[in-house]
Design a protein around this ligand. Structure first.
Ligand code: BV8
Ligand code: ZN
Length: 254
């Protein structure tokens, strides 16, 4: 199923770095960024919705979108791809899992120290003073096609609560970015999984890893700009490929 040299590279790696994108959560039923937006958000451009300008121009639309997405995540569970990465982490001395995703499906599959480059749905904060906001225990049922929802207000300064994510045009969190760059510089193998490699600067990580001589492996059903640089392009679904790939590595280590 996998070429011997790929298994051998993974088996002998001291440090494996992984970058995941929305594609790894697709088999959990969470639509990827590139999939058509549905319902209320069908005719809105994602890059506008996921931006400070978008929020400031229509807070209820944007907050409603994130609450709809958060409900989706709360109602779903990790898939075999998430579990396979948690298992792979146990096979190697150093393992860094970097994600562009704002869901917690890696954590719920047992992955630890996940580096969230684009923040998290579960860490809302005040747009004005940055004060963290605690979601109420009771989970509201969002309608299937979504709805506008006024964001809560900050109890500290009465500002608007915003999602704890990195929007387009906003800088990535410094500590997370440094962590990701260090892993890119130190790794022997870099796995890029379920990302269209179109969002920067995250997309730069596998490119720089390849340029410094790491073995870059891409897992994606579609071709991306990384195909030209990756040493191995495994075309298919992460939930099908990753469990088999990790099983092969575990067997090779026996
Ligand atoms: C910034 C959180 C600067 C919100 C997101 C060059 C350098 C730096 C910046 C830029 C640059 N060029 C352009 C920019 C600006 C911009 C950018 O990249 N624009 C793009 C559109 C060109 N970047 C930024 O604005 C970044 N900020 O650079 O700040 C700065 C510095 C100092 C001071 C001020 C500013 C911030 C970018 C972060 C944006 N936030 N998410 C939210 O989620 O709502 S990005 C968002 O896009 C998500 O994180 C998501 O992950 C990502 C989309 O990418 P993917 O994850 O790849 O998902 P996608 O749907 O695209 O693809 C899914 C893939 O999965 C597909 O390939 C599909 O085939 C595959 N797939 C499907 N099914 C499966 C599968 N794979 C495996 N298995 C399956 N079953
Ligand atoms: Zn505040």
């Amino acid at each position: 199923m996998f070429v011997v040299s790929l298994i051998s590279a993974l088996k002998s790696a001291r440090h494996i770095a992984v970058l995941t994108g929305a594609g790894i959560s697709a088999e959990s039923g969470i639509p990827t960024f590139r999939d058509a937006q549905t319902g209320l958000w069908e005719n809105f451009d994602v890059a506008t919705l996921a931006s400070p300008q978008g929020f400031l121009s229509d807070k209820d639309l944007v907050w409603g979108w994130y609450e709809w997405r958060r409900m989706q995540v709360l109602k779903t569970q990790s898939n075999p791809a998430h579990y396979a990465l948690a298992r792979l982490a146990e096979q190697v001395e150093h393992f860094t899992l970097i994600t562009q995703n704002i869901d917690d499906l890696h954590e719920r599959a047992g992955s630890r120290d996940v580096v969230h480059l684009h923040g998290s749905l579960h860490l809302p904060r005040c747009f004005s003073c940055g004060m963290p906001y605690m979601f109420p225990e009771r989970i509201s049922q969002e309608p299937a096609d979504g709805r506008r929802l006024p964001p809560p207000r900050c109890r500290h300064c009465n500002g608007y609560i915003r999602p704890g994510v990195v929007w387009f045009g906003e800088p990535l969190p410094e500590a997370e970015w440094m962590h990701a760059e260090l892993a890119m510089k130190a790794c022997d193998v870099f796995l890029s999984i379920g990302t269209s490699s179109m969002v920067w600067p995250a997309a730069q990580l596998p490119i720089d890893a390849a340029h410094r001589g790491a073995v870059v492996v891409q897992i994606n059903p579609d071709k991306t700009s990384l195909n030209a640089l990756a040493r191995y392009n495994l075309e298919g679904k992460a939930g099908e490929i990753l469990p088999r790939l990790v099983e092969s590595v575990v067997k090779a280590k026996m």
